[in-house]
Ligand binder design. Structure first.
Ligand SMILES: C[S@@+](CC[C@H](N)C(=O)[O-])C[C@H]1O[C@@H](n2cnc3c(N)ncnc32)[C@H](O)[C@@H]1O
Length: 229
């Protein structure tokens, strides 16, 4: 079988007969993976997102589930980092999370929280940075072990990265538009790890890398992770 999306491929491999949850799947609506987990045989389905109940994003998600004929699923409004306190016994066999890590002030805490609610597998995607970015604004270099703290970019670095990301038609708060950062704001981009750094971050919190793939023109990295501790 051929897959258009490596995230779908990884989910299809691990989710049959498993309880499944997606964390942070609402924005954009069509990128949700609850329907994918359903298609590949998950035994229970949950969407977890920080977006408040009453937002049109939840309405659109529910409409989409109706479109797929999926009626049996759970919705939880919560910050992934607070889940283990608000829902102390919560645990899922398999989890999918994409597009959350680099929006959070504490990416390692996001990974620890994801690990804590994962019994077996986590399919994780994050935006990443290239080690070398060169364009007419200059040359930006970060070692493969590095993570960019986006609020720290100086003017020249910001201009190089802005030019790079706008070339992919990305509009990203903090990265292509300067913003005033607030610690509780999940809108801006806070961090950009390299693929190597992201893998090491996962391994260091007890998530063993089984497989990985560069996606989105090498600007994102998807990992199939297995809980190791
Ligand atoms: C950039 S969108 C990614 C949407 C989708 N997963 C994708 O890859 O296109 C981030 C999503 O995560 C949610 N989110 C952000 N921070 C979160 C947090 N701390 N806990 C749970 N959900 C969060 C947002 O509400 C939003 O739906």
């Amino acid at each position: 079988m051929s897959y258009v999306d490596v995230r779908d491929e990884y989910i299809s491999r691990v989710v049959s007969g498993m309880t499944f949850a997606e964390v942070g799947g609402l924005w954009g609506t069509v990128n949700e993976k609850v329907s994918v987990a359903h298609r590949y045989g998950a035994t229970s389905l949950t969407m977890i997102d920080i977006t408040s109940e009453g937002s049109e994003l939840w309405d659109k998600f529910r409409e989409r589930m109706v479109g797929f004929g999926i009626t049996d699923y759970q919705c939880i409004v919560e910050d992934v980092c607070k889940l283990q306190y608000s829902h102390p016994d919560i645990l899922f066999d398999a989890i999918h999370c994409a597009g959350v890590l680099y929006h959070h002030i504490n990416p390692l805490q996001v990974l620890i929280s994801l690990r804590n609610i994962t019994r077996k597998y986590l399919v994780l995607t994050s935006a990443i940075t290239q080690s070398v970015i060169e364009n007419e604004k200059g040359r930006y270099v970060i070692p493969p072990s590095g993570v960019i703290f986006v609020p720290a970019l100086d003017h020249r670095e910001f201009e190089i990265l802005k030019q790079y990301w706008t070339g992919f038609e990305v509009r990203a708060f903090g990265l292509t538009d300067r913003v005033d950062y607030r610690p509780d704001d999940f809108g801006p981009w806070w961090w950009l790890p390299t693929a190597q750094a992201l893998s090491a971050m996962c391994e260091s919190v007890g998530l063993r890398v089984q497989e990985s793939a560069h996606t989105w023109g090498n600007n994102a990295f998807t990992l199939l992770l297995e809980r190791s501790s």
